[in-house]
Each structure stands twice: as C-alpha cells, then as structure tokens.
Design a protein around this ligand. Structure first.
Ligand code: LAC
Ligand code: ZN
Length: 450
C-alpha cells in the first residue's frame, strides 16, 4: 500500500495486544498500520487518502469497548488511533461546557470540571482508561445514568470528518438547537461507521453539593430487587443503584486482590444519592433503608472506602472473565418494572454443560449486564451451546420490551441480533444513511450493520 500523501503522520506497523484488541470476546486481526494523527487536518488527510486508495479504516481510542467496535476485522485495514489527540481545548465556566479532543481519558474530564465546581455525569466502568471519543462513538452509559442520562445527553457540539472526507462542525456551546435533522444525535453512537470525530463539546451540570453512598448487603436477590423497585417507584431517584450478586463480588475481590469490605451476602446494591444538604441526602438514604428489609448497610463515608467499593464494582466484568476463563458480556436493557421478572428468567438459563448465566449492573435504569460464563463447560460445549444461550438472553430482553444493547453498542458481537430489533425497512434506512456519507464503505466495515 502506498502511504505517500500521509507519510508525515506518525504511524506504526508492529503491534501488541493492547494496540489492537478491545474488551470483547473477539480477537482483532493484525492491521497493516496504525496512524496516530495529532490534528483534525491529519484526520481529514487520512480519510481523503482512504477514499482515493479505497483503503478501509477503523478508529480507536483506548480499546476498552466490549463489542469489537474498535478492532481490525480484516488484515489489510488501517487503524486511526486518536490517543494522541488528548488536549482539553476549553473549559467554559460561564456556559458550563468543556471542549475536548477525542483522546482525552474520561476521568481527566471528571477531574478538570469538578475542580471548578462543575460535573460531567457519564461514568462507564472503564472511566480511568477509556477515551471520550470512544464514549461518544458508543454512546457510553455508566452507573450515574440512572439519574443523569448517558453520553448523548451531554454532547452538544461535534467537529470531525465524514467518511467521504468532508469536514463538519455542528452545534457548539448551545443548550438548545433544533435546526434541521439531529446530526449530532446521529453521530453519537454511530460506532465509527460514519465519521472520524475530532472535537467534542459537552454540556456540564453544577457539581452536586452533598453526596452520600452506601453498599447494602441483601439476604436474597429478591430482597434487593424489592428495595430497588420500591425506591424507584416511591419518589427517590438515587444517582446510582448498582446491583451485583455474591459471585460478582468474590470474582472482583480476587481479580483486584482486595480484602472484603463487608460480610458476604447473596446480593448487594451500591446506592448513591446526592442533593443540596446533608438532611436531604440522609432523608433519601433513610427512605432507601426503609425499603430494604433485613439489609445491612455500610456507609461509604471515606474516600478510601468509596474508592475501594467502586473499584470492586468496576472490576466485576474483568473479575468474571478471570473466573469463567471465557465469557460473553451482554448489556440488555428492559423497562425498570420488568427487571425482577427478567432476572428470574435469566436464572433459568444456566446450562447443563456447565455454562452459567449471571446478571449484574445498572439495574436501577434497567440495564443488565448478562454474563455468559464458560466455567466448567468443555471447549466443545462452550462453542456449541453458548450461541444458543445468548439468543435466549436476547429473546428475553425483547419479550420484556427491551433492547439488545443499553450502553455497549453493537460492534461485531451483536450485529446478528439487529434484525430482532429492526424491520428490513429500518435496516435499509440505516444502510442508506451509511451509503450516503460513506459511498465506498471506508469506515469501520463489518461493524454495526448485520
Ligand atoms: C460495567 C461495564 C461492563 O458496567 O459496562 O461493568
Ligand atoms: Zn455497564
């Protein structure tokens, strides 16, 4: 492949796993080369070059996605890594916005805005490693989505390059903007299939004045779900209500090499409430306690304990992978009212071969991380039965009014399930949009579209 017109952009052709894989179950192919542009102009040069040479591009941030959206699917593809575009360009306290390049690590954004009394709520588990560009590409969520929504609720400006090489700049620091079709909405969650995003403006909120957190141990999954349902239907809106069963906790403790923070319980919920005053947050927590029959609450009232508990929660997925040897991670979402029934259904999917199914996660907003764990199943049984188990998970999600993805996106791992959610006509509309902005199929081929 000739790289003459883009040779000035820094690039590499030797890779280790972290350069090309993500956190999904799919292994990346070896790309021919990965470019590390530093400016919008360099990104545009790469896309124009790809159009001229009919090369395929995939765009990457930190590779923490879980559906294969940022991996190389064919050996002749070229990567664009945006990790060197990692500047915070503007933090505007008057307009409460931050403008950043896509390679900025999410926790850096949290720190920068909180230092001036502002708040950016989306907080996916990978927040210390993931990049904001990847969050926008996948429309990432996180625990605080329960009260504050997901990435798309905060993206108000985007600059970038459409797949055909045209530059764009939409929105900005505007809190309201209804001119024309919502192209920012279209691009947010488009999984790198339509454009390379080079600049992002996020709206910010005032930082909550008082926060209270507790991890509660419940005597059964049912008790935890009753507490969740009652809390959410009786006037308390926590900022997080993260559910996990004992197996999640023990897997994360082992992975994190940590001592337990409290006695062992069949189920846990990490509650966080925020408000204007101590009285206000205490009142909310007391209401939650009154719905939590027989539960044991441990207040996370020091930074150390809070960091430990949240660290354990964030390592659940990686911990389960370590325990299970192999796993698939789904992220179905259902209406909150259906969560208890769906959890019950999921429990029936454990397979005689040894494959286990376990749901945890953002149950307060109906987003369940269904993990299909290999455990004691043989390799043959895993290959043979796990696809069927996944199909049953998806069928349950749809039966209960849900979606096949609440926050991880489609990538390569879930594209075969798109026809379960969308009619042929719907899929045709999506394909037509792709064809208009990417007539040569340059960007992220093999992703999202079935
Ligand atoms: C989590 C990731 C997997 O919430 O989304 O643990
Ligand atoms: Zn999650």
């Amino acid at each position: 492949m000739e790289f003459d017109s883009i040779n000035h952009i820094s690039s590499r052709s030797e890779f280790v796993n972290e350069d090309i894989n993500d956190h999904s179950s799919v292994n990346s192919e070896q790309p021919s080369r990965i470019f590390y542009p530093k400016t919008h102009e360099e990104c545009q040069q790469l896309v124009i070059w790809a159009n001229q040479t009919n090369a395929s591009l995939f765009t990457r941030g930190a590779g923490t996605g879980t559906t294969g959206g940022a991996i190389c699917t064919k050996g002749d593809q070229i990567g664009i890594s945006l990790v060197h575009m990692n500047n915070i360009l503007d933090l505007d306290q008057i307009n409460a916005t931050i403008t950043v390049e896509p390679g900025v690590i999410l926790s850096r954004i949290h720190q920068a805005v909180e230092a001036v009394g502002l708040f950016y709520p989306p907080d996916p588990a990978s927040l210390n490693r993931c990049t904001i560009g990847g969050n926008v590409a996948e429309n990432a969520g996180g625990p605080r989505a329960l009260k504050y929504g997901v990435t798309k609720d905060y993206v108000i400006g985007l600059k970038g390059v459409w797949a055909n090489g045209e530059s764009f700049e939409y929105g900005g620091k505007l809190k309201k903007n209804v001119a024309g079709y919502d192209l920012i909405g279209l691009l947010t969650g488009s999984e790198g299939t339509l454009a390379v995003i080079t600049e992002i403006t996020l709206k910010l909120r005032p930082k909550p004045t008082v926060i209270a957190e507790a991890i509660a141990g419940y005597k059964s999954t049912e008790d935890a779900l009753i507490a969740l349902t009652n809390t959410l239907t009786r006037g308390v809106l926590p900022s997080t209500a993260e559910f996990m069963v004992e197996r999640c906790m023990s897997a994360s403790l082992a992975y994190s090499n940590e001592a337990p923070v409290m006695a062992s319980f069949p189920a846990y919920v990490i509650w966080q409430v925020d408000g204007q005053t101590v009285e206000d947050v205490n009142k909310q927590l007391n209401q939650i306690k009154s719905f939590s029959k027989g539960a044991t609450f441990l207040m996370m009232d020091t930074d150390d304990l809070s960091n430990r508990v949240w660290g354990l929660r964030r390592n659940v997925s990686l911990g389960l992978k370590q325990v299970a040897k192999k796993k698939y991670s789904e992220d179905i979402v259902v209406p909150i009212g259906n969560v208890p029934e769906v959890i019950k259904r999921l429990e029936t999917l454990n397979h005689p071969s040894g494959i286990e199914v376990l749901g945890y996660g953002h149950l307060g907003d109906g987003n369940i991380h269904v993990n299909i764990l290999k455990m004691s199943a043989s390799e043959d049984d895993w290959e043979r039965f796990s696809p069927d188990v996944i199909e049953q998970v998806m069928a349950i999600a749809l039966k209960y009014g849900g979606s096949i993805s609440g926050e991880h996106g489609i990538g390569v791992t879930k594209k075969q399930f798109m026809p379960l959610m969308f009619s042929n006509h719907d899929l045709h509309i999506m394909k037509q949009i792709k064809t208009i902005v990417d007539p040569l199929g340059i960007l992220n081929p093999g992703k999202l579209h079935p």
